[in-house]
Design a protein around this ligand. Structure first.
Ligand SMILES: [Fe+2]
Ligand SMILES: [Fe+2]
Length: 335
């Protein structure tokens, strides 16, 4: 997963790097590449602010992928059938893979994985606010696939054309896998909606709880999103938060009708004049409270992540020891 809300300011905001003056000739070449909608690769010169913006966005994205494994991971041991367990295992594993591609892409900008993981674990780095909501029933697993991964796709397809090559290439593969995530979620919900009244009520309850946080995933309204214009100029962001949110609403309403669930918004209606749906006001206070660490599960998610990292120390130690052994063997053979 996930998203535009990925370019939120960190606790320590990114500023222009003091003392570093971008060389005018190189800056002009960079600007021309941007104008021509070209690509920047790791070995190319880039302005420090572009590099920092990308590190912030790609690392937030990577963190979101691996924190996003947690709410659904909670249900692997309780999946209702072997088939659902296999699907969910594959999906959660995909998210771990997305985190790996993205950490690797961010590393090409000169920031180490250790630095990024440390920023996440110490609470300095952000991840998508959506993963701070609890998964109370099995229907939440379906709704996350349908709505959360669905919103992620809407956000991420334009990133396949991002001006930074390694990020764009990582996104192509990620988007293919996200499409599977969205479909498995929707199919899970369709099956439940053909089931008992209790199962149908479970789906409706999950939709009611996730709908508004999912709309907030697209990030603050364009008017309150000062980083967006620069992101668009740099070819990092292609489509505005509000436009993506609108596309998501328009795509999702007919899917909800097929499913037979209602969306919890009394103001949601088709606007004939604009050929799109009107929708109600999003609670931005709740969004910012969650982003700033006070959502329902922020502390639990971070604690689980830190614990998993600590418990995996022996794996990293063993991998390093093995690599060292291989290196020594290779040296001996070469001698
Ligand atoms: Fe996903
Ligand atoms: Fe993902």
């Amino acid at each position: 997963m996930y998203t535009q809300a990925l370019d939120l300011p960190e606790n320590a905001p990114v500023k222009a790097v003091s003392g570093v003056i971008d060389d005018p000739a190189r800056l002009a070449r960079f600007d021309k590449t941007m104008e021509d909608d070209g690509r920047i690769e790791p070995q190319d010169w880039m302005p420090e602010a572009y590099r920092k913006t990308l590190v912030r966005q790609i690392s937030q994205h990577a963190h979101s992928e691996i924190v996003g494994m947690l709410p659904e991971g909670n249900w692997i041991s309780r999946a209702p059938s072997l088939k659902r367990k296999a699907i969910l295992l594959a999906k959660v594993q995909d998210e771990g893979g997305h985190g790996l591609y993205l950490y690797s892409a961010a590393e090409t900008l000169g920031t180490s994985r250790d630095q990024m993981v440390d920023a996440l674990h110490s609470g300095r780095a952000k991840y998508s606010s959506i993963f701070n909501y609890p998964t109370l029933t099995w229907a939440d697993v379906g709704v996350i696939g349908w709505l959360v991964d669905g919103a992620a796709i809407m956000n991420q397809i334009p990133l396949c054309r991002c001006s930074y090559g390694p990020y764009a290439r990582a996104m192509i593969r990620i988007c293919k896998e996200e499409s599977f995530h969205q479909r498995q979620g929707y199919e899970n919900l369709l099956t439940m909606m053909r089931g008992t009244p209790a199962q149908q009520a479970m789906v409706q309850d999950a939709v009611n709880r996730w709908w508004w946080p999912v709309l907030a995933m697209f990030g603050p309204p364009d008017a309150d999103s000062p980083n967006s214009a620069q992101g668009i100029r740099w070819g990092i962001k292609r489509i505005s938060n509000d436009e993506l949110r609108q596309r998501f609403v328009d795509a999702t309403v007919p899917q909800a009708q097929v499913l037979g669930v209602s969306l919890p918004d009394p103001d949601l209606r088709w606007n004939e004049e604009h050929q799109q749906h009107n929708y109600g006001a999003i609670d931005w206070d709740e969004f910012w409270a969650t982003v700033n660490g006070n959502g329902p599960c922020n502390k639990e998610r971070l604690a689980t992540r830190v614990k998993a990292h600590a418990q995996g120390q022996w794996v990293r130690d063993a991998a390093l020891a093995h690599a060292e052994k291989q290196r020594q063997r290779a040296m001996k053979e070469a001698a």
